[in-house]
Design a protein around this ligand. Structure first.
Ligand SMILES: C[S@@+](CC[C@H](N)C(=O)[O-])C[C@H]1O[C@@H](n2cnc3c(N)ncnc32)[C@H](O)[C@@H]1O
Length: 239
């Protein structure tokens, strides 16, 4: 319900995600494994239509029906087959990787909530670090929360593309490369908090080391609620 009522406010973020995804080309296999896609509220139908086979994995019993409702018709029209799996895809990732040897894997805003869902920071961190080795040799990507917290004033729709354009960075040993500068992770976080007009206490979603070093990533702001924002990170790891 929150997603449904928030779609207008989320639109600039949805557009930024689509713009990024459309730069990601499917490999010749044309199979996509989408993990934690929920109803696909923020997912680009146009990007999904580039694939021939789509496998969604979600633990939510309602996810498939809602996803079908939002994207099903368009996918059918473009001949994309859709198979839904209700399963914990993080715990069973090795098996899923074996079952889809040639697929592209996309984590769709699921990994940033993992530590809160498990309520065990160490286990969540261990499982997330294993993703790189489980998917080694495959093409995979992720959209996930980096930080979230209260905003001093609402984020304007116009600000989203401007902030996205500025926030292209790369994790390197000892910190982050941002606009040709080397920053520590704390300095990068401070920069991001200033850019989004953060106030109060912000949460770290534990995704700093999720992606391999040296992978270019974008940070995308998201007005999750009128006065509550997220910094999302989006990146693609090519096989
Ligand atoms: C924030 S929602 C994703 C929203 C989605 N990106 C969209 O555009 O609507 C996270 C989703 O991940 C699912 N999820 C959480 N942990 C999961 C896991 N271990 N395996 C599969 N799905 C999971 C949740 O059920 C939820 O549907």
């Amino acid at each position: 319900m929150h997603a449904w009522y928030s779609l207008n406010r989320w639109r600039p973020t949805i557009d930024a995600i689509e713009k990024y995804l459309l730069t990601v080309e499917p490999t010749p296999s044309k199979e996509l494994v989408l993990i934690g896609g929920s109803a696909g509220w923020m997912m680009s139908t146009q990007w999904l239509q580039k694939f021939s086979h789509l496998h969604t994995y979600d633990i939510d019993p309602f996810a498939h029906r809602l996803f079908q409702w939002r994207h099903g018709q368009a996918l059918k029209k473009s001949g994309v087959t859709l198979t839904a799996h209700r399963q914990d895809a993080i715990e069973t990732l090795p098996l899923i990787a074996r079952n889809h040897p040639d697929a592209l894997f996309w984590f769709d805003n699921v990994l940033g909530q993992h530590r809160f869902r498990l309520d065990d920071e160490d286990l969540a961190e261990k499982q997330m670090l294993q993703i790189q080795s489980i998917l080694a040799g495959k093409s995979w990507g992720s959209l996930h929360d980096r930080y979230s917290g209260p905003l001093e004033k609402p984020l304007l729709a116009l600000q989203v593309p401007l902030l996205c354009a500025n926030m292209v960075l790369m994790n390197v040993e000892g910190g982050v490369r941002y606009k040709n500068k080397l920053l520590s992770n704390d300095e990068a976080a401070q920069q991001m908090l200033v850019n989004i007009n953060a106030t109060g206490t912000w949460q770290d979603h534990g995704t700093t080391y999720l992606l391999p070093m040296g992978i270019e990533r974008k940070w995308i702001p998201w007005a999750f609620k009128p006065l509550y924002g997220h910094w999302l990170e989006i990146a693609w790891v090519k096989s």
